[in-house]
Design a protein around this ligand. Structure first.
Ligand code: ATP
Ligand code: MG
Length: 290
């Protein structure tokens, strides 16, 4: 796994089977209990001011992990640090370690494009490209120069995103002709096409109606069999429905009145919602703040 994140490595070869990878950085097997991602004292700064601080956490494999907390507590910022999306924000700086299968994503020689191939992202608002359904899904493998059977990748990705049956007869039509919920599943298919093992989802249902939301939630639960999912959600019912573990973040004020997000509590979802160990978590999950 380690070499796969270096510039240019592994991009010309076919992706492993969709239920991979199992490889550890040194080539040995990864035990299923080993975390896929681990952070060590991560801080993310914008213009030198910390937006989130002191985050040390493990993201378990084949589980859905939810980030909840009030607006501005740094959920999206933390999520973006997991696949180097913060690199695209010039004022952002990440310190500490984000380990992916034990390899530091911010280590020297790591190619952020390779990182995002393994750790895909789905955003709040469905954002298909102005292309056909087929070309949206084929986009990642194409730009990465992956030598794959593209028809097979497109079909597999759409099947995994529970969209194939709805679109198989109109693959060459524009993605803009799809409903919002379909567009979001297309964005999930697009993320799956590069054969990642982690999917980061930042409020993926907030622009969708309840039926489309239910379909995405069902899909997340199914995808968990083969992928590791981290989701940001404002919807606490959603966190209880889909996630195995929940991290509650909140904002702390320092002496200079800087607002910085911290992880208050991170535990099994059931525990966080029924027996939180911190009074701030309890106040949030019972609706007294936030
Ligand atoms: N590009 C940016 N430049 C400067 N500051 C930013 C940027 N993005 C976020 N911030 C600041 O970082 C802090 C955390 O923001 P972030 O968007 O991560 O919070 P969030 O928990 O995702 O909030 P929401 O629930 O509203 O999406 C906020 O104070 C925000 O203003
Ligand atoms: Mg956010």
């Amino acid at each position: 796994m380690a070499d796969q994140l270096q510039t240019g490595a592994d991009v010309k070869t076919a992706p492993p089977a969709i239920d991979a990878p199992d490889a550890a950085p040194n080539g040995g097997p990864t035990s299923s209990s080993a975390p896929v991602l681990s952070t060590e004292n991560v801080h993310v700064f914008y213009d030198g001011i910390p937006a989130v601080k002191e985050v040390t956490m493990d993201i378990p494999r084949h589980r859905v992990t939810a980030f909840i907390g009030p607006s501005g507590c740094g959920k999206s910022t933390l999520l973006r640090s997991f696949n180097r999306m913060n690199d695209l924000i010039p004022s952002a700086e990440v310190t500490g370690k984000v380990l992916y299968h034990g390899q530091d994503l911010y280590g020297s020689g790591v190619d952020p494009v390779e990182v995002r191939k393994h750790i895909g992202m789905v955003f709040q608002k469905p954002n298909p490209f102005p292309k056909s359904i087929y070309d949206n899904v084929a986009f990642g493998p194409k730009v990465l120069g992956m030598k794959v059977d593209m028809d097979e990748v497109v079909e597999n990705s759409l099947r995994h995103a529970a969209l194939w049956d709805e679109v198989k007869d109109r693959l060459k039509q524009s993605a803009f002709g799809m409903s919002g919920g379909q567009q979001q599943r297309l964005c999930i298919a697009r993320a799956l096409a590069t054969n990642p093992d982690v999917l980061l989802m930042d409020e993926p249902c907030s622009a969708l109606d309840p039926i489309a939301t239910g379909r995405i939630e069902d899909l997340m639960v199914r995808l968990r069999e083969e992928y590791t999912i981290v989701i940001v959600t404002h919807n606490m019912q959603q966190a209880t429905r889909v996630s195995d573990r929940t991290a509650f973040l909140t904002v702390e004020l320092d002496e200079q009145d800087n607002r910085t997000g911290v992880v208050v509590e991170y535990d099994e979802t059931e525990k966080v919602f029924s027996q939180p160990s911190d009074s701030r978590t309890e106040a949030y999950v019972t609706g007294r703040i936030g």
